[in-house]
Design a protein around this ligand. Structure first.
Ligand code: C5P
Length: 238
């Protein structure tokens, strides 16, 4: 059953806490990305622990293996459900992250978090990729990086829902897919380029759908999140 992840992309801890309170009746995962992590990370982790809600730390780590491993160990102490790293950091970096997550969780007597590798950002088109020297299209790049991420021991990948069928077809349904770039029909794409609706993402086999602005900027975030959840349920593959 695919799960909905709400991006806490709001500038203040008060707004993030208000959003969690408003959506509290729903079974959601909250994504702590750059804005919330750098702005008020410690405070929001304590609040989520108090309220017993699950979270995903979208730190998108990309550095030398030792530095990434040390960063992962710090993040694991928050008892997070998911952390992520950039697949472009390479095999040794991904492996170091996976090992660090497992070691630290073991020391804490906790369940190790899922480690997802970001393949190709959903804001990048083929032209953007080619401009930075990555030949081919988004699917080809995502496939190659997903294969490497699997070999390095990652639980799954962050990709666009457009790539999920190919990735799962090649690497198996148990290799998980977390997909941002989700837009309910008729919503503005903003800076996202490779977008799909919630229904399309679930039908493609996505395990986690990440939604930010369509919920955080809605006049009624609870009603919007409920509508997305029911669209997801209807399209769940059997
Ligand atoms: O507001 P929107 O729904 O576009 O937010 C998507 C969220 O997912 C943002 O927090 C963004 O940083 C994150 N994300 C993404 N593409 C990726 C990985 C993460 O959009 N490949």
């Amino acid at each position: 059953m695919a799960q909905l992840v709400v991006a806490l992309d709001v500038p203040s801890p008060e707004e993030a806490e208000r959003l969690i309170d408003e959506l509290y009746e729903l079974d959601l995962i909250y994504k702590v990305g750059m804005e919330s992590l750098y702005g008020y990370g410690e405070r929001i982790f304590s609040y989520m622990e108090e309220r017993d809600v699950r979270h995903f730390i979208d730190a998108k780590l990309h550095d030398i293996p030792r530095t990434v491993a040390a960063g992962v160990k710090q993040l694991v102490r928050h008892g997070t459900h998911i952390i992520n790293i950039h697949a472009l950091g390479g095999r040794a970096m991904m492996r170091a992250a996976v090992e660090a997550a497992s070691e630290r969780a073991h020391e804490l007597g906790a369940t190790p978090p899922h480690v997802f590798a970001v393949t190709v950002l959903t804001s990048l088109s083929r032209d953007d990729l080619n401009e930075v020297g990555l030949g081919g299209n988004a699917v080809q790049n995502a496939m190659r990086l997903a294969q490497l991420a699997k070999e390095a021991g990652c639980t799954g990948v962050v990709c666009s829902a457009h790539e999920v069928r190919d990735i799962k077809g090649a690497l198996g349904a148990h290799f998980l897919a977390l997909t941002p770039g989700i837009r309910p029909a008729g919503e503005a794409h903003a800076d996202q380029k490779r977008v799909t609706t919630p229904a399309e993402a679930v039908s493609a086999g996505s395990d986690y759908l990440v939604v930010g602005r369509p919920i955080t900027q809605a006049s009624d975030p609870l009603a919007t999140a409920k509508a997305i959840l029911s669209e997801m349920q209807v399209c769940q593959p059997r």
